[in-house]
Design a protein around this ligand. Structure first.
Ligand code: BDR
Ligand code: CA
Length: 321
């Protein structure tokens, strides 16, 4: 049986890889892509998503819904310094491609309501669209089956600041609202999960490059800018928070350990904007989330190798590939 899902994304670098997982993993039934303001310019994110659909050979098959173009309260903050344009300078003729007219928030509400309790959402950008959907439709929380969130750190390091992980930092009010909404959330944190267990070192990157498919070439191109950035900040390889979140939803057997936590997000701190306070059950707070603590790192890598080994024919010619 396949898992019906929506990926809510700020498409750049590993978001593209997460979309490939959603598009090509035989266990996935990707119903829609919803876009939220985050990594790079909003329209560029839309183009990156079209490009990813094309490299997967599935252009025109999965709708892309544009969502919130800025966070709930604060000005948008981007991550071009980390991801460049998010697609490694690749491009294709996309002048005729239009995203859906239906707003992402409405699409999320509709898709969840069509089959209450069955839809999974993998949220791999700031949580603006998800928070908006929960505010707009009082039934949305109940209608969503599973919500996987990539964000925060489990009492560990941030990335955009010492305390803040990017997705929660960009829209802390939305993240706080989501954890207070009553969703049954599963969190895929930056530290320790991504930072210590989902970094692909040079040997792994060489293995992927040697696959020699359009998908593996695409992977190398979209991850190049992030690799350079990571090395500058002392991370020995590329980071894969978003494709990890999609893979863990589809393959729970990759989870080695998880715990129940009360998660809340700092919106008032001077130095701790977006900090995720993950309380592990001893502070008298009721758990509202499952936080994944350890994964089968080799299994995750093998899974991505499997996806990138698929022999797709890009829907359109991609310049630079
Ligand atoms: C998150 O921030 C973004 O830059 C990545 O796409 C990922 O979703 C990691 O902190
Ligand atoms: Ca992302």
């Amino acid at each position: 049986m396949t898992t019906p899902l929506v990926i809510d994304t700020d498409t750049a670098q590993d978001d593209c890889v997460a979309l490939l997982v959603g598009l090509l993993d035989p266990d996935a039934d990707l119903r829609a892509i919803t876009m939220v303001a985050g990594n790079v310019g909003f329209d560029k994110q839309l183009r990156n998503a079209f490009l990813t659909l094309s490299v997967a050979g599935r252009l025109g098959e999965v709708p892309i819904h544009p969502g919130c173009r800025r966070p709930l309260v604060r000005p948008w903050v981007s991550a071009e310094n980390v991801h460049g344009d998010g697609s490694g300078g690749l491009s294709m003729d996309d002048a005729d491609l239009e995203p859906e007219r239906e707003h992402a928030v409405d699409a999320l509400i509709r898709l969840a309501a069509e089959n209450p309790g069955e839809l999974s959402i993998v949220a791999i950008g700031p949580l603006t669209n998800i928070a908006m959907a929960a505010v707009k439709d009082p039934d949305f929380v109940r209608n969503v089956g599973t919500l996987y969130v990539m964000g925060g750190s489990n009492n560990g390091r941030g990335n955009i600041s010492a305390a803040g992980e990017f997705n929660f930092y960009v829209d802390p009010e939305a993240a706080k609202a989501v954890f207070a909404s009553g969703f049954e959330v599963t969190v895929v944190p930056w530290d320790p999960l991504t930072l210590r267990q989902a970094v692909f070192d040079q040997e792994r990157l060489d293995t992927i490059a040697a696959i020699g498919t359009p998908l593996s070439d695409f992977f190398g191109r979209v991850c190049a800018a992030t690799l350079e950035f990571d090395r500058r900040v002392g991370i020995d390889g590329t980071t894969h928070p978003d494709s990890l979140a999609a893979s863990l939803l589809l393959h729970p057997e990759l989870v080695r350990r998880s715990g129940r936590y009360h998660v809340d997000v700092e919106t008032a701190g001077e130095l701790t904007r977006g900090y995720a306070a993950m309380s592990w059950g001893v502070h008298g707070l009721e758990a509202n989330a499952t936080v994944i603590e350890e994964i089968d790192a080799d299994g995750f890598f093998d899974h991505l190798v499997g996806v990138l080994s698929r022999r797709t024919v890009p829907s359109r010619r991609i310049t630079g590939l």
